[in-house]
Design a binder for this molecule. Structure first.
Ligand code: ATP
Length: 701
């Protein structure tokens, strides 16, 4: 792609419009994205759009990124459009000259409000006034105005904005995507990861006209060897993802990119900040204690109770102002006024500001007994009055990410924990540390005892966290004192090269072949340095959390239901859902009926073939992806039909599973938390390792 060639043609999208890129450009991108199932093409299309804006109209870049990701603010800033479906219907009727029955007929035929707007606009035979072309910035500002309008008269004000937007839409496609945006249901599959990949690539290839930073990949450099190009891309992606994990707000990321491009300085600009949540680190699943001990061989680790409550990221500044955020970055400060008044008092003398991570658990305030998660759900969500609290809680702290204006993410866990426990003050039954023991893989009996004690007091199991950046054997050789990043990297390399040598000589010492597990806090990552072992994991049967995405008409007794049902894993890199299996087992008739009611052909839950699902077959209906099912299975097989995890264990075949069986709906999980293709590939590798005991589980390392 050479923007030099492309720009003149593209310029028609903002000629005669004061330099602002037109909304038509964004719509064109949405149409292209929707017309392909190829993730490579989707990313390329987005990259092209972003490059055009970076080079031609940088001011429209941020609004375009918000619109393409179907949001106008990050989760921690509550900016809701607050538009009911009726506002959109009313506007469509007025602008396109439809009556109630005409509109209903379109809804009955198309289901999706965007498709209805497309048809209505196509049939429009008159205009109330001459439409003024919409610009990307104009549309975004209109949405912000809608979201900010509150109080009396706001509904009329919002209605007028919606009508003006639909009036000015140039043609049917613009109407379709405008309405989808207004319903907050864009359906282009440009999820967070895709956008971050596209942003990083676009900035490796382009820069704004007035910027002085160098373009990393000049066009002649593109002739670079494939591997070095891939390496540059992946470094850029890692950097942009790391920034977004620390500051999950495009309004922070995009202006910095426009100013300095892909540079290490980005991490400083998008560093942690008080009252802005970072994306929390998450735990990797292990099947049982045995697997956990194998994974952490040679390492010192902390086993902690895994409390069954609500994740809380607590920020406190030097003035004692407190913010509390959920795992999904929503503000929960209003829900916990008791903690808000408590938190400033837990600071020891030398603490002024901090960000800590912990779990809020319902508790008996006198005896200190833990209560079930359900008890906590009885708390109101907002505006809780401190005097009327009926469910008492305790905050169990387990990590410290920021202290007195300094980020601690790169410090090893042992050090962060030491700071937390030595500088903060416990308040019985209100603020304390998670219960823990420190151990190594040779302490299996102690760990088992600890695991049992956790489950005895209604904990979900244990979390196991690596304490130091280096294995103890290397630590004892290195000089006393701080472990620097440099030392860590060197040690990582040492371990790797030794590992190669060992493989050659046939020495299968697992400890030396294992990749270095760092003890740093890695926002938004699920790594082996944080493992979870839950009490309900069953050593003999893995389960997987899949998303139902399509169905076929059943046969015989099941003719009135959907059976089989197609299920998919998530590919967080590309944002697509990859079909993995069809399931006909484990469902009750009652479940089948409920499923049919939910995914009735006339409902909004049944959609056109989505571009973001990787599957070549032809189901009778496509489900709107929205739920997660926990599934059991006999084993995982390579498959020419299913494309899940394609390229992860086999270049030409994906993975599927034999005898899949439905276990339950995971009400507690959103589709962003369904199992990934990486997880599926990992299960396959484990299965292969179990089948051939001679090849240790590190074979895939
Ligand atoms: P799953 O997604 O498999 O259902 P989950 O919802 O429990 O698991 P995980 O990421 O798998 O989420 O587990 C980590 C969660 O466990 C954290 O988000 C936190 O809420 C909770 N937790 C409880 N105790 C701890 C602890 N000691 N350390 C870290 N997290 C803990």
């Amino acid at each position: 792609f050479d923007p030099g060639k492309y720009l003149p043609e593209i310029k028609r999208y903002w000629a005669n419009h004061g330099g602002d890129a037109l909304y038509g450009l964004l719509t064109r991108c949405f149409v292209l994205v929707n017309s392909t199932q190829s993730r490579i093409k989707i990313v390329d299309t987005l990259v092209n759009l972003l490059r055009i804006l970076i080079e031609g109209d940088p001011a429209s870049l941020l609004p375009a990124v918000w619109l393409a990701t179907n949001s106008i603010s990050p989760p921690y800033i509550s900016l809701e459009l607050g538009l009911g479906g009726s506002a959109i219907s009313k506007a469509l009727k007025k602008i396109c000259g439809l009556d109630n029955s005409g509109l209903k007929a379109l809804y009955d035929k198309h289901g999706d409000a965007g498709d209805v707007a497309f048809e209505a606009k196509k049939r429009q035979s008159f205009t109330l006034r001459k439409p003024k072309p919409l610009s990307i910035q104009g549309v975004f500002q209109s949405l912000v105005k809608v979201a900010n309008s509150k109080g009396t008269g706001s509904q009329d004000f919002k209605q007028r904005i919606v009508e003006r937007l639909l009036q000015d839409a140039q043609g049917a496609e613009e109407s379709r995507y405008l309405v989808r945006t207004l319903c907050q249901h864009l359906r282009i599959g440009a999820v967070k990861t895709t956008m971050l990949i596209a942003l990083s690539r676009a900035f490796l290839l382009s820069r704004p006209p007035n910027a002085s930073f160098p373009i990393t990949l000049q066009s002649d450099l593109i002739k670079l060897k494939k591997e070095s190009l891939a390496e540059t891309y992946s470094r850029g992606e890692e950097l942009v993802k790391a920034c977004f994990a620390r500051r999950p707000n495009y309004s922070d990321l995009v202006p910095s990119l426009l100013e300095i491009g892909i540079s290490d300085e980005l991490l400083v600009r998008c560093g942690l900040a008080l009252h802005i949540p970072l994306r929390p680190m998450l735990g990797s699943i292990t099947r049982d204690l045995g697997e956990m001990l194998t994974k952490l061989q040679g390492r010192d680790f902390s086993c902690e109770y895994k409390y069954d409550g609500q994740r809380a990221q607590v920020h406190c500044d030097k003035n004692g102002k407190v913010s509390i955020f959920s795992r999904h970055l929503e503000v929960m400060t209003d829900k916990y006024p008791d903690l808000v008044s408590l938190v400033p008092t837990i600071r020891g003398e030398s603490v002024s500001s901090f960000i800590l991570d912990g779990e809020i658990v319902a508790i008996d305030p006198v005896r200190g007994d833990l209560k079930a998660f359900q008890t906590l759900t009885n708390r109101a969500r907002k505006d809780v009055d401190i005097g009327s609290i009926k469910v008492d809680v305790c905050l169990f702290a387990f990590d410290l990410m920021y202290l007195n204006e300094e980020e601690l993410l790169n410090r090893p866990f042992r050090e962060r924990r030491e700071l937390l426990r030595s500088l903060f003050v416990e308040v019985p039954n209100q603020f304390t540390w998670v219960k823990n023991i420190d151990a190594t893989s040779t302490d299996s009996e102690t760990v088992l005892e600890f695991f049992k004690s956790a489950t005895d007091i209604k904990c979900e199991g244990i979390m196991v966290k690596v304490l130091d950046n280096l294995p103890r054997s290397i630590l004892s050789q290195s000089s006393e004192g701080e472990i620097t990043k440099e030392a860590t990297t060197k040690a990582g390399k040492k371990t790797k090269s030794k590992s190669k040598a060992n493989e050659k000589t046939g020495d299968r010492d697992k400890g030396t072949r294992r990749k270095a597990l760092l003890a740093t806090y890695e926002p938004d990552k699920r790594l082996d340095s944080w493992l979870k072992v839950k009490k309900d994991y069953n050593a003999s049967a893995d389960t997987i959390d899949l998303i139902p995405v399509a169905g076929w008409h059943g046969q015989g007794r099941k003719a009135k239901w959907w059976s089989p049902i197609l299920l998919a894993v998530r590919n967080p890199e590309t944002g697509s859902l990859e079909a993995v299996t069809k399931c006909i087992s484990g469902f009750t008739d009652k479940f089948y009926q409920a499923n049919k009611d939910k995914y009735d052909e006339s409902s909004d839950n049944v959609i056109d073939r989505p571009s973001y699902i990787e599957y070549d077959g032809h189901p009778d209906v496509w489900f709107e992806p929205q739920e997660v099912w926990e599934m059991a299975f006999a084993d995982i097989t390579k498959s020419p039909t299913y494309l899940a995890a394609l390229g992860l264990v086999d270049e030409e075949r994906g993975l599927s599973m034999r005898f899949p069986r439905f276990l339950k709906i995971r009400e507690d999980k959103s589709i962003e938390e369904a199992s990934t293709s990486d997880f599926l590939a990992e299960l396959w590798r484990k299965q292969e390792a179990r089948a051939k005991p001679g090849d240790g589980i590190e074979e895939g390392d």
